[in-house]
Write a protein that binds this ligand. Sequence first.
Ligand code: ZN
Length: 440
Amino acid sequence: MIPQETIDKILNMTRIEEVIGDFVPLRKTGANYKGCCPFHDEKTPSFVVSPAKGLFKCFGCGKAGNVITFLKEKEKLSYAEAIKYLGNKYHVEVVETELTPEEKEKRDVRESLQIVNKFAAEWFEKTLWESEEGKSVGLAYFMERGFTEEVLRKFRIGYCLQENNAFTNAAEGNGYKLEYLQRVGLTSVSENGKTDKFQGRVIFPVTSLSGNVVGFGGRVVTPANEQVAGGAKYVNSPNSEIYDKSFVLYGLSLAKNEIVKKDECILVEGFTDVLSLYQSGIQNVVASLGTALVQGQINLIKRFTKNIVVMFDGDAAGIKAAIRVIDNCLENDMNVRVVLLPDSADSDTFTQQHSSQEIADYIDEHKTDFLTFRIRLAEHECANDPIKRAQFINAITETLAKIPNLITRSVFIQECSKLLDIDVQALKNQMAINMDNSLR
Ligand SMILES: [Zn+2]
């Protein structure tokens, strides 16, 4: 809880033109200020800030409000976060009150874990760029694949030495508690001693929406390392007090502004998919990291857009994953489209062999609605087999039934009826039967 007097003090000191001026170049015109709207694309300024009224308004897209609205919309902050942001800007200390001892302890632990991760991210980063092994193994891997220094720095890519516990020693040497290192999954302890969980791997830090490092993904990039590092190609941080995988999307803190601007979010499968699309200039991109996009992650995306494009590999695993994502998105009233990459290519190679314009064109030309996507797949599989065809139509009615919006559902039922040449009523009847069965 932030005390009301602190809030009042901060809001009294706040000057809307100064706050917005940090994000948008403003020019004084009479009593007001004018600039190009940060919420829609424009070349002629129609975004007006009135210091006297403490309000902003865009005459292009209609966005309007006070300084809190601005921070909520532009930076996606909550009310409390916006107040803290302003407190920071105007040097007013925000002391939250009335925490119980349990709440306080929980907060202290979370803060400690946060600090441990921050140290680890910095250490891994430094190791990638400055150590011999980091450069010859980690950096060489990314450079061979055409990643630029700029994108590697942006995503804070790192490297953990092969040596058994070089990182843990460094962390303990800097005063970080072993208990916390274990709690976030950076160190494991056995009778053989302490081991760096990410040893011999390149590191992808996973951040929260506000950009704090909450976990890590590690990947072995040379066969030699694979043996040293205990075989597993991938190591990921476990869930902890600061990391819940079902509420995190890789890359979202960097992508959020672009998602809002384009009113669309591109979902890819893995770390390097995000990096390579981002590098090619397509920056409204996130990855769900091995899950099928669960509720918490969908809610995150929904804060920024209702439109999602699922861009997965065109192999069997990619298609299966895409179908699960589609169903989850439909249930949540999202507009979902699918782009499959050319069968042979994974997205790394695909994005590196094409310019950003070509990739953007490919996405535009190949993104299909979920129904067309499913039907095209089925045409492949069912060809002239009536039993398979019937099974497929049943499966589609199950998917259609997941669409909560009745009008959207009805539009897709009609479309489905046309595409499959099946009576609308038959589809509706089957959906009713499915519904009955599921209630039983
Ligand atoms: Zn606007």
